[in-house]
Design a protein around this ligand. Sequence first.
Ligand SMILES: O=C(O)CC[C@@H](O)C(=O)O
Ligand SMILES: [Zn+2]
Length: 550
Amino acid sequence: MLPLAATARLQGQARLAGSRIAQRIPSALRIASAPMARARAFSLFPKAAYASSASSEKVPLSSERYPYLKRDPSFKKLSQEDIDFFTSVLPPSAISQDDGDLEPYNVDWMHKFRGQSKLLLKPSSTEQVSKILKYCNDHKLAVVPQGGNTGLVGGGVPVFDEIILSTANMNSIRSFDEVSGALVCDAGCILEVLDNYLAEKGYIMPLDLGAKGSCHIGGNVATNAGGLRLLRYGSLHGTVLGLEVVLADGTILDNLSTLRKDNTGYDLKQLFIGSEGTLGIVTGVSIMAPKRSKAVNVALLGVSSFEQVQAAYKRSRDELSEILSAFEFFDEASINLVKKHLVAGNNDPLESSHPFYVLIETSGSNKDHDDEKLTQYLEGLLTDEIVQDGVVAQDTTQFKNLWSIREGIPEACSKTGPVYKYDLSIPVPVFYNMVEDMRARLNEAGVIGEDKDVEAVVGFGHIGDGNLHLNIASKRYSDKVAKVIEPYVYEWTAKHAGSISSEHGLGVFKSPYLHYSKSSNMIDMMRRIKKMMDPQGIMNPYKYLPEEKQ
Ligand SMILES: O=C(O)CC[C@@H](O)C(=O)O
Ligand SMILES: [Zn+2]
């Protein structure tokens, strides 16, 4: 078997019969270094943190954009007495009433949602969180919990004058068990910091997101973040072992268990995973870290149709199943935006453009074995003309560069202005019909183009998780555009028995549409749970559950 380097550049040769494959590989060998040099050009943009470069000044108030939202008059307005109480609990450095300080906490990173909070609290212990919530509950002061503020549905920023309770000062690792891999940490630990800590010990965080440099693990849990390797490690509903949560009335639910198996009573932690801060604040997390793989490979492939993307995925499950750790796809419109907005020059790791791209990652324990498996798989795809072209990363820099293209898509989409973002769970065979339908609808409405409201309609996502990301990158908000997209996108999803949010959650953006994915009995049950756990409704109001019709 040829070493992996031999397939560093895989050139599709449509007329090549299977028996002549051996002749093709040596020719691939000869050009192995050239495309990788091009791939290096993709390292030019920072991706350590999600950061929007545009000014946040022009972001309209959420209450203006969503006029149906009305401040609940039963919530108390802040008084000096309240400030005096918080000053007795927290040091001065952990309290801010300054509009300038509050700006990045009032506005989400996409610059789509703006709240009007006048108070930011940054407790550093669970006891402080408990005292704050008890006080807020007793005085009916509304609270929005906030982690790294990388959410995509306006769930982590206030709508009106809710007090912002940030977990930024709660960032200690409490314990790590090097035998079982159980990690216990504060909610405000940054995902990437945790992953780097575990890397030194030969472990890995079981989730990975483009926002890893900024997002907090508590926020990940509260939103049930999915990410790039859910295919391999499963969802947080499986990997979280225990949680410490402060309830609305200040009660501390201490369940930072590190047990893998615990069959005693209702599994309450599951209720908080994905509850978006509406039932309580996650202050501590216990999570199962898997062993870090010793051999990791990444390949980027150019594919001519979405049918072929599916064929490549199906085959990867047959041929790479035990080492497959990510299978992502994106369309040409996605890479075009990355090239236009994030990469200097018009570099491309592949020789020419393709309608679709697939990024495959394998993570195993035996490099030779994995190289051989991946090589066989890629050769098969080429022989059967499932892919047209491809590169395999040869070192860590190239590995990062290839991932940067995929991880850079959300940032590239937001470069010219607001993005209409949809994260849909729908059957993979109809994935791309959604994107094409939407493109056709917007074209027909005459809103796509250079001097029009919409810059591009892009489709990408986690094929292995059945999760499509549909992004409509725009230059400005427009009612006309919004009406072409919604409620069509939700109706279409419901028609295909899908979910209107596969991983980003509901927040303020999707809560009115919950009925497209959940029955009225289920929504009713959710309301009852909310009322039982937060009878005053102080926890992250105006979000998650649709407004109750009076
Ligand atoms: O911005 C998006 O629509 C997707 C963000 C994230 O879930 C991703 O998969 O990159
Ligand atoms: Zn995603």
